[in-house]
Design a binder for this molecule. Structure first.
Ligand SMILES: NC(=O)c1ccc[n+]([C@@H]2O[C@H](COP(=O)([O-])OP(=O)(O)OC[C@H]3O[C@@H](n4cnc5c(N)ncnc54)[C@H](O)[C@@H]3O)[C@@H](O)[C@H]2O)c1
Length: 209
């Protein structure tokens, strides 16, 4: 299978969202030209991106919308649920725990961990909050491979090290700290709303020039 670029992977959920709306409108087939026009992309880009899913459009017909939705879901492995834990049940953690939509994208948060005694033992959006001291044991026992970090930057690396040593293979970190690891089989994805905001403001400024 050919290597699929990160840019393509990032666009696939956008196509998926667009195709769901298309399906809701009762449209059964759609061309790459139409998709490109609606999403402000080029038809070549759309065809190349969608090829990653293994599905090819038919000349004059385009893509069957339902097939394309299924192909994107399979490619992104959204039909496989990855159990995850969240560390840091604060403002951001609370919001993430409450978002049901992640389950459509293959992520199911089973539990959260915190060091604040006022939160430990409580449920947030139905998810149990356990003591951070029990995190390592939990990861080993449940063979959890995905962890979401929503703690202050100062604790992020230390907690990531514990998570990785217990068996976590993928960390989705929101802490503004560069987490590193020497473990070759571990993926760390940093998320930063400030970066997106910086791009947004730069673009606003460009437009107003
Ligand atoms: N990536 C982004 O775009 C983005 C956006 C908002 C916030 N953040 C970052 O997300 C993190 C959380 O932000 P917030 O506003 O929810 O903060 P918060 O203070 O409300 O929540 C942090 C939580 O982590 C817990 N915690 C702190 N140290 C811990 C430790 N050692 N072990 C276990 N739990 C611990 C706290 O008790 C608290 O519940 C911060 O690092 C913040 O900078 C990132």
């Amino acid at each position: 299978m050919r290597e699929v670029s990160e840019a393509t992977i990032r666009r696939l959920p956008v196509y998926h969202h667009y195709l769901l709306k298309t399906k809701e409108m009762g449209i059964a087939a759609i061309s790459s030209t139409q998709i490109a026009s609606d999403l402000n992309l080029t038809p070549i880009q759309v065809r190349k991106d969608l090829e990653a899913t293994g599905l090819k459009g038919k000349p004059k017909v385009g893509y069957a919308v339902s097939d394309l939705l299924g192909a994107i879901e399979t490619f992104l492995e959204w039909n496989k649920i990855n159990p995850a834990i969240l560390i840091g049940a604060g403002h951001l953690g609370y919001a993430i725990l409450g978002y049901q939509g992640f389950e459509h994208y293959g992520l199911k948060i089973a539990a959260a961990f915190d060091n604040d005694f006022a939160k430990i033992g409580k449920l947030i959006h139905g998810k149990p909050i356990y003591s951070i001291d029990s995190m390592e044991k939990y990861i080993r026992e449940h063979k959890t491979e995905v962890g979401i970090l929503t703690v202050p930057a100062s604790s992020a690396q230390e907690l990531a090290d514990i998570m990785i040593s217990a068996g976590i293979k993928a960390i989705w970190s929101f802490a503004p700290a560069r987490i590193t690891t020497s473990a070759k089989d571990v993926i760390i994805q940093h998320e930063n709303l400030a970066s997106s905001l910086a791009v947004l403001f730069k673009n606003i400024n460009k437009k107003s020039l």
